[in-house]
Design a protein around this ligand. Structure first.
Ligand SMILES: Cc1cc2nc3c(=O)[nH]c(=O)nc-3n(C[C@H](O)[C@H](O)[C@H](O)COP(=O)(O)OP(=O)(O)OC[C@H]3O[C@@H](n4cnc5c(N)ncnc54)[C@H](O)[C@@H]3O)c2cc1C
Length: 308
């Protein structure tokens, strides 16, 4: 068998093994691969149309993919497409569908009875409101309080479902009967997206600032499906997006001043908080609280330039 034939057969076997495999998320959700068009080589093939055969001499496929991702030459990544089937609570789905660059076909609760499952929160998974971030969560709540919250959640969900069922049994149209179902009710959808826009979705939704529930979905899609199907793209995505860091002009200024001050004082990193404040951007200096300064400090801590 020719080498090309055997590698396409291996690919087929890999895709067939993954297809329809439901990767569980939350208590009753899942993501699964329905279909995929393309692989790492589709990105390379598309890029070589732009750059011509000459690129083969200077860069192998992996180097080319890494170059494209690093330099945001994005269109070659649009040549691969992935179709998923997902089962998601509606509150999470509401965030998901903000990503407009996908094609969606969703379960219809006008046509069919609403799925009889709502996401429940385990006793130890209730979270406090974050103090520093109005959109985020903080510490876990106590198990005692969690117990009460989970019990009242179950009661509420049962009641809402039973009111829905009463309406259906009384002959109310499904499109009207559904209006008081909780946002925790699961929905299912086919979701098809190209690799470029999928990476954009994953970068936003796997990020620590995304809500935990959608983060769990994005992580399952990324790690269980995209990583094995597009290993070279995934590696580059980790190196140049997920694990990388964006430095602003102001951040660069802080680093330059930290270095200059250290050279004068004869100090070495990690520098103290006082040294960081002495080098901060002049626009932040008069502010008691500055999110941008906090973000800059975190980046410098990650680089080992400022003490934790
Ligand atoms: C942590 C977090 C918090 C958020 N908080 C809020 C919030 O409080 N309120 C809120 O409403 N939303 C919020 N969002 C949603 C956010 O504003 C985006 O709508 C969502 O992340 C989709 O991103 P996108 O538009 O880049 O993606 P997509 O819709 O997939 O688009 C991908 C890219 O295509 C281009 N594009 C797509 N459509 C258009 C268009 N019509 N015109 C021009 N360019 C286009 C853009 O470059 C875009 O980045 C939040 C998102 C995150 C991750």
């Amino acid at each position: 068998m020719a080498a090309a034939d055997s590698s396409s057969q291996d690919r087929l076997a890999q895709v067939n093994e993954l297809r329809w495999q439901k990767f569980p998320v939350l208590d009753d959700g899942f993501v699964c691969l329905v279909d995929v068009m393309g692989d790492d080589s589709s990105v390379v093939q598309a890029a070589r149309v732009s750059y011509g055969e000459g690129t083969k001499k200077v860069s192998d496929d992996r180097t080319l993919i890494r170059y494209l991702l690093r330099h945001r030459h994005t269109t070659p990544f649009e040549m691969a497409e992935i179709k998923f089937l997902v089962r998601v609570p509606m509150d999470c789905w509401r965030q998901w569908v903000r990503h407009r660059t996908a094609n969606i076909n969703e379960y219809s609760t006008r046509y069919s009875l609403a799925i009889d499952a709502a996401q429940t929160t385990p006793v130890n998974e209730w979270r406090t409101q974050a103090e520093s971030n109005r959109q985020g969560s903080g510490e876990p709540l106590s198990a005692e309080l969690g117990q009460q919250l989970t019990e009242s959640e179950t009661e509420l969900q049962n009641q809402m479902r039973s009111v829905y069922q009463q309406r259906i049994d009384s002959g109310v149209a499904r499109e009207q009967a559904r209006k008081d179902l909780p946002l925790a009710t699961y929905t299912e959808a086919y979701w098809k997206i190209d690799l470029h826009n999928l990476l954009h979705f994953l970068a936003l939704r796997m990020d620590s600032h995304a809500q935990l529930e959608i983060r769990n979905y994005a992580t399952a899609i990324g790690e269980k499906i995209v990583a094995p199907l597009f290993p070279v793209v995934w590696e580059a995505f980790q190196d140049y997006r997920m694990q990388s860091m964006f430095l602003t002009r102001l951040d660069v200024g802080v680093i330059q001043r930290l270095n200059a001050n250290a050279a004068t004082a004869g100090t070495t990193p990690p520098f103290s908080e006082d040294a960081f404040l002495a080098a901060q951007d002049e626009g932040w200096a008069s502010l008691k609280r500055s999110r941008e300064r906090d973000e800059c400090r975190s980046k410098l801590q990650r680089m080992g330039l400022v003490a934790e």
